[in-house]
Design a protein around this ligand. Structure first.
Ligand code: ATP
Ligand code: MG
Length: 334
């Protein structure tokens, strides 16, 4: 058999296999782009669990007209340029892959306007990375991305979508998790034109705890302590639940590394060990924790959907987490 190059749309559809598992993955990528654009207001409109419509509007920096085709092309990004940039990346995105992948499996329209531009510009894409023809449009400063009919051209994948309710539950949970990493940003979510929540931005302790209460339940604030711990250039802050406020599942554990929500075995292990003496067997702690460290000490390019990271000094991070949590919990004892 002869070897031939694949058409671009198919290349993007293959990439979409990793990036776009379900509607909530699209929402994750689009919101991360809003974060990277410096948005402080993000409006998310969902219809039919995201299968019919995912529309996300932000008030971030926008994209200049001439860059719109690049935004929708694979391996084009404004976020890194060199390997060194990748090794110390602090933005959520860096691959230049999300939008072309999404546009290859859904009907994507992008409208964007930068500060000082006379008007906004609109492009549509189908993953083939051709026929971009920006048209003028009206839109305030910022960007709206409209993703319709997810997997319309990949029926085998569409079949795997769960019910509208299940897919929406994933989306709602995801946005809440993301909202816990950005107290300075407002998030408004609607489903089938009905408002689900409207989380207002605020950086005071009171507004932060309000958001936490909104997402983790008001009891969490009453049954947790606020911690802030720094050592060896690492900082751990956030809220840890009292041992008496444990759960039977690991469903209320939020851990962010440099603002990125991740799941990580090393982290889980350190937390588990710290709680070992104070929790009954089979119970799981509740926490919202933020680890900040030098970005060169953590590899974010370790998982296709960026859900996992690799710590370059795993032992150091593990011991730091354990000590910080263990001490915080020990202080709680009467
Ligand atoms: N909401 C937005 N506001 C401003 N610029 C955006 C927005 N969304 C995308 N862009 C621009 O489009 C480019 C491509 O976005 P895309 O998500 O495909 O890639 P990325 O974010 O660079 O990397 P990754 O694939 O890791 O997400 C971005 O680098 C950014 O310049
Ligand atoms: Mg991105």
């Amino acid at each position: 058999m002869r070897i031939q190059s694949l058409p671009i749309q198919l290349i993007n559809q293959i990439a979409a296999g990793e990036v776009v598992e379900r509607p909530s993955s699209v929402v994750k990528e689009l919101i991360e782009n809003c974060f990277d654009a410096g948005a402080t207001q993000i409006n998310i409109d969902i219809e039919q669990g995201g299968a019919r419509l995912i529309k996300i509007r932000d008030n971030g920096c926008g994209i200049v007209k001439d860059d719109l085709p690049l935004a929708l092309s694979r391996h084009a990004t404004s976020k890194i340029f060199t390997l060194q940039d990748l090794e110390q990346v602090v933005s959520m995105g860096f691959r230049g892959e999300a939008l072309p992948s999404i546009s290859s499996v859904a009907k994507l329209t992008l409208i964007s306007r930068t500060a000082g531009a006379e008007c906004a510009w609109r492009v549509t894409a189908d993953g083939s990375e051709s026929n971009f023809d920006p048209k003028p449009d009206s839109h305030p400063e910022g960007t709206t991305i409209d993703v319709r009919d997810l997997f319309y051209n990949t029926p085998a994948r569409r079949k795997f979508l769960k019910s509208e309710k299940t897919e929406f539950t994933h989306i709602e949970a995801l946005i809440k998790r993301m909202a816990l990493s950005r107290f300075d940003t407002s998030f408004r979510l609607t489903h089938n034109q009905k408002e689900i929540f409207n989380l207002k931005a605020g950086l005071t302790y009171l507004s932060k705890t309000q958001r936490i209460a909104n997402i983790c339940g008001p009891e969490f604030i009453d049954h947790s302590v606020n911690i802030d711990f720094t050592a060896s250039g690492l900082q751990l802050s956030g809220w840890v639940g009292l041992p008496t406020f444990s759960r039977s599942q690991q469903d209320m554990q939020f851990f962010y590394v440099n603002g990125r929500l991740i799941r990580d075995k090393l982290v889980s292990h350190a937390v588990k060990q710290a709680y070992q003496d104070v929790l009954f067997h089979g119970r799981h702690p509740v926490f919202v924790l933020y680890l900040m460290l030098d970005p060169t000490l953590v590899d974010v390019n370790a998982h296709p959907a960026k859900l996992e990271v690799r710590f370059r000094e795993g032992r150091l991070v593990h011991d730091f987490l354990f000590t910080a949590l263990h001490r915080s919990l020990a202080n709680l004892r009467p």
